[in-house]
Write a protein that binds this ligand. Structure first.
Ligand SMILES: [Zn+2]
Length: 331
């Protein structure tokens, strides 16, 4: 390996599986493995993570001495500072799990912990669409809307590590209720889960509707069914899509004016649908922020796409080391 380049290990924690990835500081994923986590007890999963992590190292002729740090990308809610996974909805047996401490005790190297949306932002910043910029905003738009903000060359964490929760910005005081308890959040308008539930409710007596037909049945309506009906130019679906894009432009336009970023990276839905999203989005954007800031910002879909999970934990490790040095060039 080239001089100055080093290895890190990343753990990307999900409700169905946990990805363990061996990566390098110059952005190569050397090898990866998975540990199943669907309805699993952390008392079983944690030792398995250590076992599989060590196997990954030995399969590549490495030991923990060759690894500079470990990064964990974890779902909310969590205690980022202490590295504790509290009680994520899709991991029913994980309650107050001190995963950072556990991996530290078992690997004896520095372990860094970060929220998974922030980890996605770090992945795009280090090795994706935000490489070489100082100001970047990342949004992942799937079932919910998660975000991460890089400002002046640092991840913005906030006083209690809750910064970057862009999906829970209220954009309409009369808007729909959000699962977070607020009313009119950006996520309540544009999150995949919220939008699907709204359509299922609105179309429950409309079996002939194009979105219902694309889904197969009303209870199966999702963003894929909506996209299909939009591509088939169904009038109702086009209206829903157009309104969703307008709300995205409103929320993201606010970010453009607040942060004046170099790059905004849009993952998941815009990444999957391309121009169908991006074209009308760019047309609506000038209604919500200054032209001079739009001229400066590059708005793009995710570069890492589906492989972002492989980079997430690895980049949490790299950013942990970077933050302790506080300068990207000195890693
Ligand atoms: Zn909310």
């Amino acid at each position: 390996m080239k001089e100055g380049i080093f290895y890190v290990l990343g753990f990307d924690i999900g409700g169905t599986k946990i990805a363990i990835c061996l990566g390098t500081s110059d952005g190569k994923i050397i090898a990866s493995t998975r540990v199943g986590n669907k309805d699993k007890d952390p008392n079983v999963v944690l030792p398995n993570l250590v076992k599989k992590g060590n196997e990954l190292l030995s399969d590549n002729n490495l030991t923990t001495k060759d690894i500079k740090a470990i990064g964990i990308a974890a779902p909310a809610p969590h205690d980022v500072k202490k590295g504790i996974i509290l009680n994520p909805a899709n991991m029913p047996l994980w309650r107050n799990v001190k995963i950072k401490e556990y991996l530290e005790n078992n690997f004896n190297i520095p372990v860094f912990f970060e929220n998974d949306a922030n980890a996605g932002a770090l992945a795009e910043w280090f090795f994706g669409a935000g490489d070489n910029v100082q100001n970047m905003i990342y949004l992942t738009m799937s079932t919910g809307i998660g975000g991460g903000i890089i400002c002046n060359g640092e991840l913005v964490q906030g006083t209690s590590f809750d910064a970057g929760e862009i999906g829970h910005t209220v954009i309409d005081i009369d808007g729909p209720e959000c699962q977070c308890g607020l009313k009119g959040c950006y996520e309540a308008f544009c999150g995949g889960r919220a939008l699907a539930l709204r359509l299922q409710n609105e179309l429950k007596n409309e079996p002939e509707n194009a979105i219902v037909k694309a889904a197969g049945s009303v209870d199966k309506i999702d963003m894929i069914a909506l996209e299909k009906a939009v591509r088939d130019k169904d009038e109702y679906a086009l209206k829903v899509w157009d309104n969703m894009i307008l709300r995205n432009a409103q929320a993201i336009g606010g970010l453009v004016n607040i942060f004046n970023p170099d790059v905004i990276v849009l993952g998941t839905l815009p990444w999957a649908t391309g121009d169908l999203f991006m074209k009308p989005f760019m047309e609506y954007l000038p209604r919500f922020c200054w032209e001079k800031s739009i001229e400066k910002v590059k708005i793009t879909v995710s570069v890492l796409g589906r492989s972002i999970g492989e980079y997430a934990g690895v980049c949490v490790a790299l950013n942990g080391l970077l933050a302790s040095k506080n300068k990207k060039g000195e890693l």
